[in-house]
Write a protein that binds this ligand. Structure first.
Ligand SMILES: *Cc1c(COP(=O)(O)O)cnc(C)c1O
Ligand code: SF4
Length: 339
């Protein structure tokens, strides 16, 4: 017994920790982030400014894919706050998608025919600086079990809805007991065919794809689609490939959406390598979003004209099935709009 305890204590925490422990140990302050990545002090004031507008959150599993000492690292750019976040260009707003207007029930957003979005968790495992939800009033949108009934009743009553999309935040930031319960409720709605999950967690903390998650995911009779969010090939390490393979074995279709981001993936070679790398992980590229004009993210913007040129050139480098669709979300439209 004694011996076992000693052995357990000596194992590195990253191997024994559950995803929840990893998340609770994520870096959440500017000084630690700069120090852990050997960034010079000149980055600290900007990081502090941005952090006050939208908290830093970077788990170790993601941090480990960032090259220390390189302020241009494409993964670092996604998580390090800059002074620029305090800029307020007039066309950048706090709710660019006007989602507040499309909530027939708490935690439920319906804008598109045949499918609804359920806010299954207000939390994320990482805070991406360009996030269009950085100002979203999440506190108001994390329903309790009782409150879920309203959303579920809405789904039951509308037989034109065939797909439930779990979104957030990040829906996989919810615990598996809650998710298993929600999926069980959804399964009992006869006209629902598909369960879609929009998540970045398997990329940020690959250990999230554990037996508890695979348990409810593999057992549902709904068809399953997991849409990951990966912007750069460096995000796909072996742990991510393994997590994707577990999701595949549970019977899911894996797709990816990216955001076109200045300084992260705004060149043809980077986008081509991303698509190739996605396919190595058994993921098909789905959407390439242009940035939503959310306040604090203007420095990531790539103008439409340049975005179109990039994608046109990308077509010369990739087979058709590895081409993402370049889209924008326009408030009031019944689907994403191809550019
Ligand atoms: C993007 C989105 C969807 C899903 O759209 P697809 O084109 O089917 O991927 C559904 N509802 C909302 C509110 C969305 O923003
Ligand atoms: S994981 Fe998705 S929802 Fe969460 S901060 Fe990043 S982009 Fe936004």
């Amino acid at each position: 017994m004694q011996e076992n305890i000693i052995i357990a204590d000596k194992r590195p925490t990253t191997q024994t920790a559950s995803w929840q422990r990893q998340l609770s140990q994520a870096i959440r302050d500017p000084a630690t982030l700069c120090q852990r990545l050997s960034l010079s002090d000149e980055w600290l004031p900007g990081a502090q400014t941005g952090h006050q507008l939208f908290d830093i959150c970077v788990p170790d599993a993601y941090l480990s894919r960032i090259t220390p000492g390189d302020p241009d690292d494409p993964l670092l750019r996604q998580v390090l706050p800059l002074d620029d976040e305090a800029l307020t260009p007039h066309n950048y707003v706090t709710d660019p998608l006007e989602e507040a207007d499309h909530q027939p029930a708490k935690g439920l957003i319906q804008k598109y025919a045949g499918r609804v979005l359920l806010i299954a968790s207000p939390n994320c495992a990482i805070n991406c600086r360009y996030c269009f939800r950085r100002h979203f009033p999440y506190g108001d949108n994390s329903p309790s079990k009782a409150q879920w009934q309203e959303a579920l009743d809405y789904l039951r009553a509308d037989t034109s809805i065939h797909e439930a999309i779990l979104s957030g935040g990040d829906p996989l930031a919810a615990n598996d007991r809650q998710l298993a319960w929600l999926v069980e409720q959804l399964e009992s709605i006869p006209h629902l065919k598909r369960l879609r999950i929009h998540t970045r967690l398997p990329v940020v903390i690959p250990d999230r794809v554990d037996d508890a998650l695979l348990g409810w995911l593999a057992s549902t009779h709904l068809q399953k689609v997991v849409v990951l969010h990966i912007n750069h090939a460096n995000e796909i390490d072996q742990a991510v490939i393994d997590a994707c393979s577990r999701l595949k074995q549970a019977g899911t279709t894996l797709l990816n959406q990216s955001v076109l981001l200045r300084g992260v993936n705004d060149d043809v070679a980077t986008l081509a390598v991303l698509s190739e790398r996605l396919f190595e992980a058994d993921i098909l590229p789905y959407y390439l979003h242009v940035l939503d004009p959310v306040q604090g993210a203007a420095h990531f913007d790539v103008p439409d004209k340049e975005a179109r040129e990039l994608v046109t050139e990308l077509r010369d480098h990739l087979p058709g099935f590895l081409m993402p669709q370049l889209v924008r979300e326009i408030p009031g439209k019944g689907s994403k709009t191809p550019l």
